[in-house]
Design a protein around this ligand. Structure first.
Ligand code: FMN
Length: 146
């Protein structure tokens, strides 16, 4: 049954410190590793960064997304990793993304304003379905813009 398609959603708090260039270098490294590993493991999804938090959706075979989540939880570049959802799904929401990355553009930030209560985007107030819907909307917009 481990081949059944599943979706895992979590959020976490950023632990990367330093200036914008150092942050960008770490993000590049995370995305390069993620895309290589996820391509190998049949995982697709998207990663969001905003206001000091990451949120990520991983979709794929249960065994490989659980193994990826184990590695992700060990990574000291973030902490307080909180699982929001792990459910079987009928199909992928991010078929074209070994790991999409959204959240830093002005357009994305504006979208968060409608979701967060007052201080923009407050990921801690969202549930798994809301995080999944947000990331799906943002990546669809990125695909249109590309
Ligand atoms: C916010 C965040 C998201 C990550 N997402 C993924 C991911 O989707 N897939 C993955 O393999 N690694 C991901 N990583 C990286 C893993 O934590 C770990 O560094 C990597 O899997 C190690 O790969 P390696 O054993 O091939 O060197 C993420 C790390 C962070 C901090």
């Amino acid at each position: 049954m481990t081949e059944t398609l599943h979706r895992l959603v979590y959020y976490s708090r950023n632990h990367i410190s330093g200036d914008a260039a150092a942050f960008a270098a770490d993000i590049d490294d995370i995305l390069a590793k993620s895309r290589a590993n996820n391509g190998r493991d049949g995982i697709t999804g998207a990663l969001l960064f905003n206001a000091g938090c990451f949120a990520q959706v991983l979709e794929g075979p249960l065994d490989t997304i659980e193994a990826a989540f184990e590695r992700i939880q060990q990574d000291e570049r973030h902490g307080d990793v909180s699982l929001l959802a792990l459910d079987p799904i009928a199909g992928r929401s991010f078929p074209n993304w070994a790991m999409g990355f959204v959240g830093l553009s002005d357009v994305d930030s504006e979208r968060f304003a409608g979701i967060g209560p007052s201080s923009g985007f407050d990921i801690a107030r969202l549930n798994g379905d809301q995080v999944h819907g947000l990331l799906r909307d943002l990546t669809i917009e990125e695909e249109k813009a590309a």
